[in-house]
Ligand binder design. Structure first.
Ligand code: NAP
Length: 283
């Protein structure tokens, strides 16, 4: 670092577990950019001041994570149309003092799905499990790719219906209760877990009865700790093609990198940095 170093960071609470700094600093190193990325623990009530700090200190970009993705929208100068429809911002670009908010979670998910499994969304049936913050971005991005139909199943069915209604201008989407999945699962070409079920330390949990999974399906999990969840293990045993959550994390960061720098993200190095960091902490 020197007096020309361009600064970046992630705002979250908690934030010390974040793999974004190791991933992004590896991306800067790999592309030879004089830039640095750190994690900032932004406590409740201090987000507005932190956002003003982006302008005052001349940071080029910031990622925003839980629990600030919605509130941060109040403090930005412009919000990308996709992020507005999703209702959350995870990436801020500082254009000479003008702060623009984007959401790269959903598009990161779809790019990862396509590049890692070859799945084409067009004309396919999709079953989404969960209707929380992450599901909003993923449903939005999938709905824009002309699927035949999306079912959103959620423990709290009103939330699934609400999300389906908000995205209904993009595709044929129905919100259902989690207890209704058996009715539709067989017709699904892609099943996505958007719930935290199966995430460390609750690794024995799973969002779906494995008997509903067939060999014609792609089965995808947003959870990436562990890299292979019980849901994915059972799907693989049922003959389905599986897709883990690490790719979504890497590609949401790749899109942010590309918005900030205008150059292609070094995807392989970014993924490697996160995998190494997991291995280090596991050992
Ligand atoms: P969230 O906003 O809290 O939503 C959680 C969702 O899971 C809701 O639909 C909730 O249902 C459901 N749920 C929670 N506990 C459940 C249970 N015991 N049984 C059934 N349903 C349950 O969380 P989020 O931010 O969307 O994150 C969801 C998951 O995605 C997390 O595991 C997170 O790690 C992962 N994620 C991964 C990435 C990535 O880059 N790979 C990015 C973002 C998130 P109700 O509505 O009924 O409460």
């Amino acid at each position: 670092m020197d007096s020309h170093t361009v600064m970046y960071g992630v705002f979250g609470d908690p934030v010390r577990h974040s793999k974004s700094p190791v991933m992004m600093n590896r991306a800067f190193k790999e592309t030879g950019l004089n830039a640095a990325y750190a994690a900032f623990h932004i406590l409740p009530g201090t987000l507005q001041a932190a956002v003003q700090g982006i302008r005052a200190l001349g940071f080029r970009g910031v990622n925003v994570t839980i629990p600030h993705k919605e509130e941060v929208m109040l403090y930005l100068d412009e919000i990308d149309e996709g992020a507005r429809q999703i209702g959350a911002v995870n990436t801020i670009v500082n254009e000479q003092g003008k702060l623009i908010g984007y959401n790269t979670d959903g598009i990161g998910y779809v790019r990862s799905l396509k590049e890692e499994t070859g799945f084409a969304v067009n004309n396919k049936n999709i079953l989404m499990l969960g209707a929380g913050g992450a599901a909003r971005g993923v449903v939005h991005a999938l709905a824009k790719e002309r699927p035949a139909r999306i079912w959103i199943a959620n423990r709290t069915p009103e939330r699934a219906r609400q999300l389906a209604m908000e995205m209904s201008h993009l595709a044929d989407i129905e919100g259902i209760a989690m207890t209704e999945v058996a009715r539709v699962a067989e017709q699904a070409d892609l099943i996505v877990n958007n719930t935290p079920l199966g995430m460390h330390p609750n690794v024995n949990e799973t969002p779906l009865d494995a008997s509903l999974i067939g060999p014609h399906m792609v089965v995808s999990d947003l959870v990436y700790n562990p890299l292979i969840t019980r849901f994915l293990r059972e799907a693989s045993a049922a003959g389905a093609r599986i897709h883990g959550g690490l790719g979504m994390f890497v590609y949401q960061g790749a899109y942010a990198f590309e918005y900030w720098t205008g150059i292609p993200a070094p995807i392989r190095a970014m993924r490697e940095a996160v995998e190494e960091s997991f291995a280090l902490h596991a050992g």
